[in-house]
Design a protein around this ligand. Structure first.
Ligand SMILES: Nc1ncnc2c1ncn2[C@@H]1O[C@H](COP(=O)(O)OP(=O)(O)OP(=O)(O)O)[C@@H](O)[C@H]1O
Ligand SMILES: CC(C)(CO)[C@@H](O)C(=O)[O-]
Ligand code: BAL
Length: 282
């Protein structure tokens, strides 16, 4: 695996592969890699001839006061795991490479209105504009044929699909099912913020989501299932930010005729803000 911090080196490597007609896959990450990230890499390797992973903790997607500074960074271990996983190229830019003007002026941004303003976007103002902007930049630098994202960040996946559709970006977007611990907790870099007691309580998030799904499948109104899920999280020691059942296609409120649904929640447990979701058909 070759590692490059510069845009020019990435473009040169990818141009060589493309010249040979190879299909290029990109897996964007913020590092501190776990088996969820590795699952994205495996999926990319099954389809793409060459796999590029980006590792960049993007300051633009952190709202003021969030955990940008203390977000876990483990470059050496990440690079070793990616090399072992058969990744061809690791793009690990410095902040000044992607945002050369630093804080001297606000950078040009890419906004996906509507979808970016609800749920996680309401709790993290500017977050999805930061995500859409950096993903657009990564797509422009790497020029991949396809990119892989986790369904754990379900709203992010929809924002990226809409970004790609609205801007006619020539990138196929694939979602990868959430990788979980044996007790159901979705793998996440932020699980590392949990104390042992909080870690023991954390599976209640997935349990509350699956219980909401089961209630709706048994005929419960989504609104009532939302309230029950919220209460269940509070009883487990979480501070819920939202707990809601939405239409899977666009995260609008579901009507009685909607069949393809997703239960989503974000909740704080101590220092950690955890998100998860369960998609289902009724
Ligand atoms: N448990 C998981 N299963 C599948 N994909 C995942 C999982 N966790 C993260 N991903 C995906 O990996 C990619 C990179 O995510 P990121 O580096 O932010 O990791 P993370 O563990 O989600 O971190 P955070 O705790 O900040 O949310 C995203 O597409 C994300 O959806
Ligand atoms: C897609 C992403 C790498 C953009 O910074 C990030 O939001 C993430 O890790 O999910
Ligand atoms: N996994 C999404 C990146 C973030 O929380 O900022």
């Amino acid at each position: 695996m070759h590692t490059d911090r510069e845009i020019r080196g990435i473009r040169t490597a990818v141009a060589g592969w493309r010249g040979r007609g190879e299909y290029i896959g990109l897996v964007p990450t913020m590092g501190n890699l776990h088996d969820g990230h590795l699952r994205l890499v495996e999926a990319a390797r099954r389809t793409a001839d060459r796999v590029v992973v980006s590792l960049f903790v993007n300051p633009l997607q952190f709202a003021p006061g969030e955990d940008y500074e203390r977000y876990p960074r483990s470059f050496e271990a990440d690079a070793a795991r990616l090399a072992e996983a058969g990744v061809d190229l690791l793009f690990a830019p410095d902040v000044a490479t992607l945002y050369p003007d630093g804080g001297s002026r606000p950078p040009t941004r890419v906004e996906v209105p509507g979808l970016s303003d609800i749920l996680c976007g309401a709790g993290r103002p500017g977050h999805f504009t930061g995500v859409a902007t950096v993903v657009t930049k990564l797509f422009n630098i790497v020029a991949p044929d396809a990119a892989w994202f986790g369904e754990k960040d379900y709203q992010q996946l929809l924002v990226i699909r809409r970004l790609v559709a609205d801007l006619c970006l020539p990138v196929e977007v694939f979602g990868v099912p959430t990788v979980r611990e044996s007790d159901g907790l979705a793998l996440s870099s932020r699980n590392g913020y949990l104390t042992p007691e909080q870690r023991a309580a954390a599976p209640a998030l997935y349990q509350a989501l699956t219980a909401a799904r089961d209630a709706v499948l048994a005929g419960e109104e989504p609104g009532n299932a939302d309230t029950a899920g919220w209460n269940r999280l509070q009883e487990a020691g979480f501070e819920p930010e939202y707990f809601t059942i939405r239409r899977a296609a666009d995260l609008d409120e579901p009507g009685p005729e909607d069949r393809d649904l997703v239960a989503l929640a974000a909740a704080r447990l101590g220092e950690a803000r955890l998100i998860d979701n369960v998609r289902f058909e009724r």
